[in-house]
Write a protein that binds this ligand. Structure first.
Ligand SMILES: Cc1cc2nc3c(=O)[nH]c(=O)nc-3n(C[C@H](O)[C@H](O)[C@H](O)COP(=O)(O)OP(=O)(O)OC[C@H]3O[C@@H](n4cnc5c(N)ncnc54)[C@H](O)[C@@H]3O)c2cc1C
Length: 467
């Protein structure tokens, strides 16, 4: 029986382990996670004594992978309320325009109220953009086609929410392929958005997002339990600190986690042998592990930068918090100079949370974008004060919270810079000499949870077909 080692116990590694154990039985599957906790960017925290999401909180339901996985492990699926989100722009709360494709409108008049008449006219007067086959920043593409205002007030906050990055630095080809392909083929971005809106309208009754009852942070433990039940060995608190090719097989060096918070089953500097290795780790640790067996891949991986951020979650008394009813939250265009970049009114968004904790309302704000991590150097008390001050500016008078907790995410989200697809292609080419090695996770083909699950499954399939 061959052994497949999976390094990294985030959603990618867990999904790969589950896939191998249930779809490709007959291998010994060992997942190794460096921290004492499984889940990576999916985590729960306690606020006012209650468990709420401390990281990712929803999955796109218009892709099948996450919903399939939840169904396979009998995780109780929930959907958010369909209240509209808002934009806090130019000091006012404006409803999020409907029918946009990552901010590119299908109908420019839907931007009235958010943009001035002149800015709307510039959007309507769309210019064609000659790309000559090259990648471009998504912000630059939309700015050249439709002007800067729609980028600053809509594209930027929307992309900021997904990537914690800058619209003009993020790759159009990797982040918004539909828009890039349209521009590359000389087609209109507005018409592309209109076609996407038609498809969306046809699926109007299907939920767009989903999570699990109890919060998405509870998914990793459920998935790990199911994977263990299907025969996967999971070792936490063990850092894979070295990877050596031994012919077609691999030797992994395992050391205890820095925190020493492991389960104890990973004594410092042990060795593990595997016939195949799936690295489901972020770019930096993956680069460290590949520095010997695939130095060119390691060099390319080191060019993928990550954004850090912090989430501050407040608990307010339900009786005090009328301000949070009827909307799921708001995004903030950075151009206005606010410190927060978004706020989610979690209790309004997730009925399971209100049912579980009816006397409190949870609200979270996010701070920090790629290259603007200075705000994150402040201590927790400052982040709470800054978050509350911006919330008050945005929604008006607000009560004092009964509790507030900060969860920091150093290196939270990979930045798909212009040229990202070429970078990924060069990483794959540089590891092609090792058919029993596969790479998966947020660094490559999508940062969203369904994309990560897909990449974990795909990498698992690659390995079993090559073993
Ligand atoms: C704050 C935040 C909110 C988000 N919200 C959403 C959302 O609502 N919806 C959505 O779809 N996406 C969201 N995302 C993105 C998404 O959650 C992530 O892209 C995804 O979870 C990444 O999963 P992963 O398994 O690829 O990597 P990770 O979650 O980073 O997991 C990698 C794991 O590898 C481990 N590891 C690293 N090095 C080693 C080593 N040497 N040895 C062993 N183990 C190692 C790490 O400890 C970690 O557990 C969010 C991201 C962040 C940061």
């Amino acid at each position: 029986m061959s052994t497949i080692a999976i390094v990294g116990g985030g959603i990618t590694g867990l999904a790969a382990a589950w896939h191998l154990a249930t779809r490709r039985p007959g291998h010994e599957v060992v997942l190794v996670e460096s921290t004492s906790r499984l889940g990576g960017k999916l985590d729960s925290i306690r606020v006012a004594g209650h468990v709420v999401d401390g990281g990712a909180e929803s999955v796109l339901a218009r892709r099948p992978e996450a919903l399939e996985l939840m169904a396979e492990i009998d995780a109780p699926l929930v959907h958010p309320e369909r209240f509209p989100a808002s934009l806090w722009s130019r000091g006012a709360m404006t409803p999020m325009p409907a029918g946009t494709l990552m901010g590119v409108p299908s109908d420019p008049s839907s931007l009235r109220g958010l943009l001035t008449d002149d800015e709307v006219a510039r959007v309507r007067d769309e210019h064609s953009v000659d790309l000559d086959g090259a990648d471009i920043g998504i912000g630059d593409l939309v700015e050249r086609a439709c002007g800067s205002a729609v980028v600053d007030r809509l594209v930027e906050p929307l992309l900021g929410g997904v990537y914690a990055g800058h619209a003009r630095a993020l790759s159009a080809r990797a982040c918004m392929p539909a828009l890039w392909e349209a521009a590359a083929a000389g087609r209109s971005l507005l018409q592309t958005a209109a076609r996407a809106a038609e498809v969306g309208a046809a699926r109007r009754d299907e939920p767009v997002f989903a999570a699990v009852d109890g919060g998405l942070g509870t998914l990793p433990a459920r998935l790990a339990e199911a994977a263990r039940g299907a025969g996967v060995t999971i070792r936490t608190g063990a850092v894979v600190s070295g990877l050596t090719a031994e012919g077609p097989a691999w030797r992994l060096r395992l050391t205890g986690s820095e925190s020493g918070a492991g389960t104890g089953d990973a004594a410092p500097a042990t060795t593990m042998h595997a016939d195949a290795v799936l690295l489901a780790t972020p770019a930096a640790p993956t680069a460290r592990l590949l520095s010997d067996p695939a130095p060119d891949a390691a060099a390319a991986l080191r060019t993928i930068e990550y954004a850090s951020m912090a989430l501050v979650t407040f608990a307010f008394r339900a009786s005090d918090s009328a301000a949070f009813e009827g909307t799921t939250g708001f995004l903030v265009p950075p151009v206005d100079g606010a410190q927060i970049k978004a706020s989610t009114f979690s209790s309004s968004k997730w009925p399971w949370l209100t049912d579980a904790v009816p006397d409190l309302r949870f609200v979270r704000v996010s701070l920090g974008r790629h290259g603007e991590e200075r705000v994150l150097q402040k201590d927790d008390a400052d982040l709470i004060r800054i978050g509350l001050a911006d919330l008050r500016k945005a929604v008006g008078a607000m009560p004092e919270p009964v509790d507030a907790q900060v969860r920091r995410w150093g290196g939270g989200l990979p930045q798909y810079a212009v040229g990202h697809l070429d970078t990924v292609a060069s990483i794959r080419a540089a590891t092609a000499a090792h058919p029993t090695l596969a790479l998966a996770g947020a660094a490559y083909d999508g940062v969203g949870i369904p994309a990560c699950i897909a990449s974990g499954r795909r990498a698992a399939e690659e390995l079993v077909t090559r073993l």
